[in-house]
Design a protein. Structure first.
Length: 375
């Protein structure tokens, strides 16, 4: 770098000439002296410069720092061919402050980011309403028990899909009216519990219809959750399906019978309905289901936790009859039988109640499993 008069400097650089198409080779590098302009700073020890080639009219940015063999001096007036300008640091700071004063939103955004997020309208109660698992009588026929018990009344499963063990009954014909689950149904119900546990949806309370298929399903779900010894099952007769008590309530095992069999049943639970009518119309069944689910909601109104997950295991029509009043739907009185045919085993519906307005809505929580089917 050479110093010329009037504090002007020139930089020697190499520039390639254009291509020579005749010989298809590059021309030798031509050395040129390019005038540069010095911008004074607080100290002249290090200067960042920008070069512009007169031939190409294109700026060449040099990232490295050039060092002048020149002692630091006071601020000087830079000169160029187009005239002279004074570099005023105070004017630059004034321009910076004036420019950024037009953009106060940056400060507002920073203050908003520091403020705590407002709480969302979360739910304070969630109902998991699920149908029972696969029935033995639908798999083997209604007379399955005649080959499954010997002359002494001992249970002898003759097929691998029959349940491994069953509680004792005085009247063997009650097996045709109150059927258990198949082995596949037991395993599938346990898988549902594993899915709920994997997704951190552990129930706080558990309700079940007194039907044997429902109680076995409830126990297997709790087993998959690892809560079969911690949560007691509340047997609620009001959850029975339409026509289930046409032969009377005595066909179902009592709570003490299940407790003696080894199922963790809440013996202190006072049922909402101790019995259901033996003859009942569809509209009456909807009203009964409404009363039961509203009573369950009322009993857990002032729960100890901020969110109560309540598991209800019942029948094929229960996902509709237990939720129509909660979500504001009309009851399917004339299509109830057709509806029950479209509900598969272990199909589930989930309803949530908002904490602020206490309104219910159906939801589909994405559970990581294909075991659970949505209604």
């Amino acid at each position: 770098m050479n110093e010329s008069s009037n504090n002007a400097y020139s930089l020697r650089t190499g520039e390639e000439s254009p291509w020579n198409n005749s010989i298809n080779k590059r021309q030798p590098v031509v050395e040129k002296f390019i005038p540069i302009k010095i911008i004074p700073t607080e100290s002249d020890d290090f200067l960042h410069i920008s070069l512009q080639s007169p031939a190409k009219k294109q700026k060449v940015n040099k990232n490295k720092i050039l060092t002048l063999d020149k002692k630091p001096t006071n601020r000087i007036r830079s000169q160029s061919s187009g005239g002279s300008t004074n570099y005023n640091l105070e004017r630059y700071h004034h321009h910076y402050r004036h420019h950024h004063s037009h953009y106060p939103r940056h400060e507002e955004q920073r203050q908003q980011a520091q403020q705590p997020a407002q709480p969302l309208d979360q739910c304070d109660m969630r109902l998991f309403i699920i149908r029972h698992g696969e029935r033995v009588d639908r798999y083997f026929g209604s007379n399955w028990f005649m080959s499954a018990f010997d002359q002494f009344g001992q249970y002898r499963p003759y097929h691998m899909n029959l349940p491994p063990d069953l509680p004792h009954r005085l009247n063997p014909y009650f097996w045709a009216l109150d059927t258990p689950l198949t082995r596949d149904g037991l395993n599938a119900a346990e898988n549902v519990g594993r899915v709920l546990e994997m997704n951190k949806y552990q129930p706080s309370y558990v309700y079940s219809s007194p039907a044997m298929r429902c109680i076995f399903t409830t126990y297997q779900i709790l087993k998959g959750l690892g809560l079969e010894r911690k949560l007691s099952i509340r047997i609620e007769p009001g959850l029975l399906e339409l026509g289930a008590a046409r032969f009377g309530m005595h066909i179902f095992l009592k709570s003490i019978d299940w407790y003696n069999y080894g199922i963790n049943v809440d013996l202190s639970y006072q049922p909402i309905m101790s019995t259901v009518p033996s003859v009942e119309r569809e509209d009456e069944y909807y009203v009964r289901s409404k009363y039961v689910v509203r009573e369950i909601e009322q009993r857990h109104e002032n729960g100890e936790s901020s969110l109560d997950n309540i598991l209800i295991v019942a029948h094929a029509t229960s996902p509709d009859t237990l939720t129509w009043d909660l979500v504001g739907r009309q009851p399917n009185v004339y299509d109830l039988f057709a509806l029950s045919l479209n509900i598969g085993y272990l199909q589930m519906v989930i309803t949530e109640r908002k904490k602020q307005n206490k309104l219910w809505s159906l939801t589909q929580i994405p559970l990581q499993s294909a075991t659970i089917k949505w209604v």
